[in-house]
Design a protein around this ligand. Structure first.
Ligand SMILES: O=C(O)C1=C[C@@H](OP(=O)(O)O)[C@@H](O)[C@H](O)C1
Ligand SMILES: C=C(OP(=O)(O)O)C(=O)O
Length: 419
């Protein structure tokens, strides 16, 4: 392993104080990029995230004939014809779940062959429910493993005007169908199989972005959405900061008794992970049971914070953390137990964190395997603020959604040692 592949955090002896703005929201940037790519005309996106996940989306759109320019570090100018042309080769989307799922549905209304592929992690993340739904809509789709690569042979239309989808594994399947739906020829209905869906807030983000690009959606019942066949209108769109990224800064603040100003009040976020702010604010008296289903990407942050809580915390409603960038329940229990054996237990799909405020100030050398998962890297860095000897392996994986994370910690005075 090269020295670039490990980063040791030096515990901070003083409260972290300063101003650090999280980057633009990954979820909203990738929605806005796609919708701008499906619109006819020129859209300007500001406040956007530039990271691996959004680069994969932008490059995929470019490969399909959309002009995506980058006037500055937080803006995109997207010029599109309203059609995604078949690319010359497979679209490689790394481990970007949003780009992979959203594009799979969007290209199903293109004309020709599109191959959606990703890295070895993405090739283990399920997409079968979305593929099956597209097949029921008459689209020729093949995904032999139930995960990418996905080959779509599209004819420009859906053969049916409604589809039922099981979104138990990922809400992104519903968001993908909703965004594609406005480009169908007829009004299009999407119904959830079962009323449960993790992180419904992501569907609300999708609807808000679609409406900003001119779509009309109604909701005849909590589990049915009707999308009118309006297509999309190019527009100027501002992306709010990333709430999941904000959770690390909120947690760093309470862990060090600091005063970190992230520039956006928690109540101003529209993303689901902003719900984690109230839980973080309750530290060191976090609740005994935390339902992570509606703020899934914040669970790694909360789980590492829980290690320093006054009382144990059980995380429930998190089963689909097993099919994120890695099996996050396993990665969290592995990392916490590497710090101190017995600190975390997997109980079925629950994660139980045995809190121990006395961890703070100790030297407990641990090399944290991040499993190439940005959120595992970013959350375990929080442990390093209070415990001496925490080394993050593969720290550059934060580039998926927050390339400036280590610089942000350094700007607050956190000591970081490469190698
Ligand atoms: O729609 C979105 O932008 C997202 C939905 C969630 O995924 P699932 O719907 O797969 O749970 C979340 O974990 C992911 O980071 C972003
Ligand atoms: C689950 C995540 O990402 P995605 O599904 O978009 O790859 C995440 O960012 O935590």
């Amino acid at each position: 392993m090269s020295t670039e592949d490990r980063l040791t955090i030096r515990p901070t002896r003083r409260p972290l104080v300063g101003h650090v703005a999280p980057p633009g929201s990954k979820s909203i940037t990738n929605r806005a990029l796609l919708l701008a790519g499906l619109a006819r005309g020129v859209s300007h996106l500001t406040g956007a995230l530039k990271s691996d996940d959004t680069r994969y989306m932008a490059d995929a759109l470019r490969a399909m004939g959309v002009t995506v320019e980058e006037p500055d570090e937080t803006s995109f100018r997207v010029t599109a014809s309203g059609e995604l042309r078949p690319p010359a080769g497979p679209l490689f989307l790394g481990n970007a779940g949003t780009a992979t799922r959203f594009l799979t549905a969007a290209v199903a209304l293109g004309r020709g062959r599109y191959v959606i592929d990703g890295d070895e992690h993405m090739r283990k993340r399920p997409i079968k429910p979305l593929v099956d739904a597209l097949r029921r809509l008459g689209v020729e789709v093949a995904a032999p493993t139930g995960c990418p690569p996905v080959t779509v042979d599209a004819t420009g239309r859906f053969a049916a005007d409604r589809v039922v989808i099981d979104a138990g594994l990922s809400s992104q399947y519903v968001s993908a169908l909703l965004m594609a739906g406005a480009c169908a020829r007829e009004p299009f209905e999407i119904e959830l199989a079962g009323s449960e869906i993790g992180a419904r807030g992501y569907i609300d983000l999708t609807l808000a972005a679609m409406r900003a690009f001119g779509a009309t959606i109604s909701q005849p019942s909590p589990s049915i959405w009707r999308v009118e066949p309006t297509g999309y209108a190019a527009t100027d769109y501002h992306v709010e900061p990333d709430a999941s990224a904000a959770t690390y800064l909120w947690a760093a603040d309470v862990l060090t008794g600091g005063a970190i100003d992230i520039g956006t009040p928690a109540a101003a976020f529209t993303q689901p992970d902003a719900m984690a702010h109230a839980v973080i604010a309750s530290f060191p008296r976090m609740p005994g049971v935390i339902d992570g289903s509606q703020m899934q990407d914040a669970v790694p942050t909360l789980a590492v914070l829980a290690a320093f809580n006054e009382t144990p915390v059980r995380f429930v409603g998190i089963s689909n953390l097993r099919v994120k960038e890695c099996d996050r329940i396993r990665a969290l229990s592995t990392g916490l137990n590497a710090i101190r054996r017995g600190l975390a237990t997997e109980d079925g799909d629950d994660l139980v964190v045995a809190a121990d405020p006395a961890l703070a100030g100790q030297r407990l050398p641990a090399a944290i395997d991040t499993f190439a998962d940005h959120r595992i890297a970013m959350s375990f860095a929080l442990a390093g603020l209070r415990i001496e000897g925490i080394t993050i392996l593969d720290p550059n994986c934060v580039a998926k959604t927050y390339p400036g994370y280590w610089d942000a910690l350094a700007s607050l005075g956190v000591g970081l040692e490469r190698g």
